[in-house]
Write a protein that binds this ligand. Structure first.
Ligand code: ZN
Length: 216
């Protein structure tokens, strides 16, 4: 069961097709794990379609969106046939990674952290997989910008909560955190950044000039 979801703003922009490609890919990947957000996405697309149809001359009532959002807590309809919670890798990532993480080019950043950069064609966002060794920690860092994270395998905790496959986490430039992978299994996450990480601890600060945004 995924516990951490994209905000309604992100779901709305996703449904409207207005998110930058790399962010849209991350939200889409979450949808493949999360029935609740898939349902919202479908409803928002319906609302968007209705708004377009009625754009001229009748405007849609302002309460329509509220009504849709209020219905999010309704009981779920029958589960999608053949969909299982936390299944294999989302289709899009299967294509980008050739279904095999071990075949990707991994760059080692610290003893516990490796990064593999993937290309989405979005030149304003870095789209990368992070591998954190089981029990390993990403050095404390902040962001020059915003970071979307989706857990794909294993899990991590950041002192506030713990995150598991399918969980979506969004952090802004004000957040400083030092995620620690859960024991027992390496954690693999997808991250989408619009500015490079900045390590804040003295042991790792020297790495900062090397952490350029690799958006392609
Ligand atoms: Zn969700």
């Amino acid at each position: 069961m995924t516990k951490h979801h994209p905000s309604n703003d992100f779901l709305m922009e996703h449904a409207a097709g207005s998110l930058p490609v790399a962010q849209a890919a991350c939200v889409s990947a979450h949808l493949s794990y999360c029935e609740r957000c898939r349902r919202t996405d479908g409803q928002l697309q319906t609302v968007g379609g209705a708004m377009l149809e009625r754009l001229d001359p009748v405007s849609v009532s302002e309460s329509l969106l509220d009504t849709v959002l209020a219905r999010l807590e309704d009981p779920a309809p029958l589960a999608y046939a053949g969909q299982t919670e936390v299944s294999a890798l989302p289709g899009l990532l299967q294509r980008l990674t050739n279904k095999d993480f071990s075949q990707l080019v991994w760059k080692r950043v610290t003893r516990a952290l490796s990064i593999s950069y993937l290309s989405t064609g979005d030149t304003s966002h870095e789209f990368a997989l992070l591998r954190i060794a089981a029990g390993g920690r990403i050095p404390e860092h902040t962001h020059g910008g915003n970071e979307m994270t989706l857990v794909l395998e294993g899990g991590f905790s950041d002192g506030r909560d713990s995150y598991h496959p399918g969980d979506f986490i969004y952090r802004s430039s004000e957040d400083t955190h030092a995620p620690v992978a859960l024991d027992g299994e390496d954690c693999i996450c997808l991250t989408v950044l619009d500015a490079p990480l900045k390590f804040t601890g003295w042991q790792h600060r020297w790495l900062n000039p090397f952490l350029k945004l690799r958006a392609s």
